[in-house]
Unconditional design. Structure first.
Length: 58
């Protein structure tokens, strides 16, 4: 069974996940499964969040 992997910030489709293989691969920990959709962060949003959190800390 396949799930869509979607960026939770900008809704960009990042690809598909094989649910059977889920757990066997090193998925990023920010992944959140809702129904048949796995919400994650695309590299762009990840970078933005990283910059924002750094800016917040300083
Ligand atoms: Zn994004």
């Amino acid at each position: 069974m396949y799930m869509l992997k979607i960026c939770r910030c900008c809704d960009a489709i990042l690809g598909e996940l094989d649910r059977e293989a889920f757990g066997a691969t090193d998925m990023d920990l920010s992944l959140e499964i809702v129904g048949n959709v796995a919400y994650a962060l695309c590299p762009q949003c990840m970078q933005e969040l990283d910059i924002n959190s750094r800016a917040y800390l300083h």
